[in-house]
Design a binder for this molecule. Structure first.
Ligand SMILES: *[C@@H]1O[C@H](CO)[C@@H](O)[C@H](O)[C@H]1NC(C)=O
Ligand SMILES: *[C@@H]1O[C@H](CO)[C@@H](O)[C@H](O)[C@H]1NC(C)=O
Ligand SMILES: *[C@@H]1O[C@H](CO)[C@@H](O)[C@H](O)[C@H]1NC(C)=O
Length: 469
């Protein structure tokens, strides 16, 4: 009898120890990195996992469930977040069988040797205008949850990363509320997260509000360097010393307005671009280092800091991103979020464990030169190092093909017909296309063949159209 009691007690103690470490494991403040792979020049998965380990990241987030990567992560102590890609959401939502199959192939095949801890269903689903996908999101999450629970697995959380554009208002933070048209998705989503003690995963980038309005928002506030000045929310009376906290709390307040004040936040993506186009202020190595270092300091602080509206909470965080990724389209900053360059070399020193914390840390970095917006004319020309004529001819044809007289000057009678080379014609076509269509979303990218310049390429009687910023 006595023995049985003792054994019972030992088992109980062991069980609570297990629960403790287990809980800590789930919500530790270890910093994670996003392992995006949209580059054609990136190190192999094998090397990438080595880099991730060497930089002592505690977690890694994938944008899929790549078998090679998941195998390579097995036996490491890195917690892993995998993703059901957007194109699979509807089928996973439509049948439990499909969800079971997905879990079988993408979770059970690697778990527990690979420490899968999060399955994220979709990526920024509400940022796409696809109402069917919106409606299928929560049913897909439920089906994945059911499939995982059927195997008695309790340490994998289901979530979905959403972007700030789900909010109708975010400033001041207390005004935070969801867009009316996403509310019918938010209500079941919050209900699911509350019921499963899941995290609200947020993609949150202070860089974007700051860079779109750098004269109203101070760069120091965006970069956690606010000294003692601060902003008090007129409604909540809460005091803010940085933009990230404001953005996080605007989502906290939005959730509260729908009746949920206890759902924990996780940062699925945050970061600062280390480079970009000329018309993108503040995108440089210095600011990226300062921002990401302060994020690490904040998130790894012990005891945890949380946010003004949720003080003391641990916020699991994934920095975006492991690499600069050259195959991402859009503006220059899109391709420059890496902690590492595409050869796997650090863009700047950073200690993801948060232990290195000296004030001279930033002193070795080159000082930024683009923290105030460039004002003047810009042209879009063939990027340095591009010498493939076929590619240039195709890209120029594409640029001219958008119409609106983009390439009239390149016709045989036109003032820019000479010199008749693929490079010269592409220079003109890129500039003219960008000048004509920038307002409707065109970028100076052209598959990586183009770059912005402040130098007027006009020559002889050939005037290049410019963009004025
Ligand atoms: C959230 O979950 C808790 C239990 O964990 C429950 O008491 C509470 O009522 C739930 N909130 C809502 C709004 O459903
Ligand atoms: C902030 O205030 C504290 C206490 O008043 C002071 O010691 C510190 O030097 C101030 N820091 C800055 C950056 O102004
Ligand atoms: C990455 O950085 C290393 C060291 O600074 C440099 O030699 C290499 O050329 C860089 N690679 C790229 C693709 O920029």
């Amino acid at each position: 009898m006595l023995h049985e009691r003792v054994i019972e007690k030992v088992v109980l103690v062991l069980y609570s120890l297990y629960l403790l470490t287990f809980t800590n494991g789930i919500i530790s403040s270890k910093i994670g990195v996003n392992y995006g792979r949209l580059g054609n020049n990136l190190p192999s998965p094998y090397e990438s996992i080595r880099y991730i380990r060497n930089m002592r990241a505690g977690r890694v987030k994938l944008y899929d469930a790549n078998p090679e990567v998941l195998k390579l992560l097995s036996g490491t102590h890195i917690q892993v977040s995998i993703m059901v890609t957007n194109d699979l959401i509807s089928s996973v939502a439509s049948s439990q069988e499909q969800a079971n199959q997905w879990v079988l192939e993408n979770v059970l095949a690697y778990y527990p040797d690979t420490m899968i801890r999060y399955v994220l269903v979709g990526n920024e689903v509400l940022s796409y205008n696809d109402k069917k996908m919106w409606d299928d999101l929560v049913p897909a999450m439920r089906n994945i949850k059911t499939a995982i629970r059927a195997h008695n697995i309790n340490n994998i959380k289901i979530g979905t990363p959403l972007a700030m554009d789900m909010l109708a208002s975010s400033y001041p933070p207390s005004s935070g509320r969801f867009r009316p048209e996403v509310e019918h998705v938010m209500l079941p989503l919050l209900n699911f997260l509350n019921g499963t003690k899941g995290f609200f995963f947020l993609d949150v980038y202070p860089y974007f509000p700051w860079s779109s309005d750098p004269s109203s928002i101070s760069l120091d506030f965006a970069l956690f360097r606010n000294g003692n000045s601060s902003y008090q929310d007129p409604e909540s009376r809460l005091v803010y010393t940085n933009l990230l906290d404001q953005m996080l709390d605007s989502v906290n307040f939005a959730m509260e307005k729908l009746g949920y004040n206890n759902i924990r936040m996780a940062i699925a993506e945050t970061g600062w671009p280390n480079g970009g186009d000329i018309d993108e202020p503040g995108a440089n190595v210095y600011n990226a280092a300062v921002y990401n270092r302060y994020v690490v300091q904040k998130i790894t602080a012990n005891p945890p800091i949380g946010t003004p509206a949720r003080p003391g909470t641990i916020i699991p965080t994934f920095i975006f991103s492991l690499y600069n990724e050259n195959r991402k389209t859009g503006r220059g900053t899109e391709r420059n979020w890496g902690l590492l360059n595409s050869s796997g070399r650090p863009m700047y020193e950073i200690d993801l464990t948060g232990k290195h914390n000296s004030s001279s840390y930033h002193d070795t970095l080159p000082l930024p030169t683009n923290n105030t917006p460039y004002r003047g004319k810009l042209w879009c020309v063939v990027a340095e190092g591009v010498d493939n004529s076929d590619q240039l001819i195709n890209a120029a044809q594409f640029a001219c093909g958008q119409g609106n007289g983009t390439c009239d000057a390149l016709q045989p009678e036109g003032e820019c017909y000479q010199p008749f080379t693929p490079r010269d014609h592409a220079n003109y076509a890129f500039s003219s296309n960008w000048a004509k269509f920038k307002n409707t979303g065109a970028t100076c990218y052209f598959n990586g063949l183009a770059m912005q310049t402040t130098e007027d390429p006009s020559h002889d009687s050939c005037r290049f159209p410019s963009v004025i910023v």
